[in-house]
Ligand binder design. Structure first.
Ligand code: ATP
Length: 417
């Protein structure tokens, strides 16, 4: 089973540029989480920070009891063995065929014999549907196949945490859907903890158990999928609808007056209807994470917004409602046993303060907020054995401490003003 990743108060800047601050979340064991956010909000920087490729200025990333931000190099090396990472382009060696690319981590990091390596490589190639393509060079295959080869390579060391950096970039909608199904099926088979960075709304709506969103240098939300997908926060609604009118602009933030003028002209976008989460393909085992998640989410049910509660209750079978002691959505009855509220919900993005089009790094004018319960996230595994990007670069870019205090934007629950 995958391991939990606990992120607490993580902040990162490059020189005077604050990327994000005070990010806290937990990636639950074996669950699939998605991280959304407009371009340039630091999603890739976050993934790299989780794996220790970049060093945050403040905060912790705790995995199996080890804080990778402060641990020794040897401890970091051990923790990294838990990770697998799928980079956008698959990060393959152009001069090696797919078999050798996928075998590379095994040859580098294990003492397996060639016949053992062969068994593992072919098993992983079969999992991602690449059997028969062993001799192909990366230059001879499609972008989708490259991603699947990168995925097979990320799997050979049996990671407990899998990070995906925009796995759907450059794929057509059909291949994206096929890949999404593959991700869900893989999760059922290996029960590792997945974190996916994506811009694809369909992926966000159908694949994950949990969704988070980075916006204006803050994690504005993180929690069960039903929370973000029913949120009426303007930034979330704009993102899920893929509309140009709303708080997100070319430079991430728009002037409030401009946003209001756009909304007056085009009308307020509606929260899109929920879509069902993808189920595992027939013949494969159930996702263990689904059962664990149900327990977890129902314990925190009352801390979630009413729309999210309703969607969660709708997803239960009558037997599950009886088991958990909850009513149907229509009755509005709630679990009879209340659990400690551990809302996995992060602060919601602020209503766009008067940001200026040319001030992408402007800090929201919000007061500091109470600490959020840590949520869960995870970094990437083995170093990329790529020509383009060395996996575990020995040196981390020079970074400067972010100036100024932390701020956190808290989200409003649906219906709150
Ligand atoms: N090593 C670095 N040194 C300095 N600045 C960096 C470094 N890496 C990233 N940045 C800056 O951090 C910001 C966030 O970059 P990042 O690639 O994480 O964004 P993103 O949310 O993943 O964007 P996209 O969705 O477009 O891929 C950008 O302004 C980028 O220029």
């Amino acid at each position: 089973m995958g391991v939990e990743v606990v992120v607490e108060g993580l902040s990162k800047s490059f020189g005077p540029q604050t990327i994000w601050r005070d990010v806290s979340l937990n990636l639950p064991q074996g669950e699939i989480s998605v991280l959304l956010g407009p371009s340039g909000t630091g999603k890739s920087v976050f993934l790299k920070s989780l794996v220790g490729l970049l060093k945050p200025d403040e905060g912790k990333v705790v995995i199996n009891g080890t804080d990778i931000c402060t641990c020794s190099e040897s401890d970091l090396y051990e923790v990294r063995k838990l990770f697998g990472v799928l980079f956008q382009d698959g990060a393959l060696f152009g001069s090696m065929n797919l078999y050798d690319n996928i075998a590379f981590p095994l040859r580098e990091h294990t003492r397996k014999s060639e016949s053992e390596i062969r068994n593992v490589v072919l098993e992983k190639m079969e999992m991602v549907g690449l059997i028969g393509a062993e001799d192909k060079l990366p230059g001879e295959i499609s972008g989708g196949m490259k991603k699947r080869a990168g995925l097979a390579r990320a799997l050979v060391l049996d990671p407990e945490i899998l990070l995906f950096d925009e796995p759907d970039s450059g794929l057509d909608p059909v291949r994206t859907a096929v890949q999404n199904q593959l991700i869900v099926d893989l999760n059922a088979q290996i029960d590792a903890t997945f974190l996916i960075v994506t811009h694809d709304i369909n992926t966000a709506r159908t694949v994950p158990d949990n969704i988070g969103m980075l916006y204006r240098r803050n994690l504005v939300m993180f929690g069960p999928r039903e929370v973000l997908l029913t949120s009426d926060e303007p930034v979330v609604v704009q993102f899920l609808n893929g509309r140009p009118d709303g708080p997100i602009g070319m430079s991430e933030e728009k002037d409030t007056a401009l946003v209001e003028a756009e909304l007056a002209k085009h009308g307020r976008p509606q929260v899109p209807p929920m879509m069902s989460q993808l189920e595992v393909s027939p013949g494969l085992p159930d996702r263990s994470a689904v059962h664990r998640r149900k327990d977890r989410v129902l314990r925190q049910l009352r801390s979630l917004n009413p729309s999210a509660q309703e969607e969660i209750l709708k997803s239960l079978t009558p037997q599950e409602r009886a088991q958990y002691g909850v009513g149907t959505p229509a009755t509005g009855s709630w679990p009879q046993q209340q659990a400690p509220a551990q809302p996995q919900q992060a602060p919601v993005p602020p209503r766009p303060p008067q940001a200026q089009a040319q001030a992408p790094q402007q800090v929201p004018q919000q007061p500091a907020q109470p600490a959020q319960p840590p949520q869960q996230v995870r970094p990437s595994p083995h170093p990329r054995q790529t020509e383009e990007e060395p996996v575990w670069p020995g040196g981390i870019q020079a970074e400067e401490q972010a100036a100024g205090g932390r701020r956190r934007w808290f989200g409003r629950k649906r219906g709150e003003q």
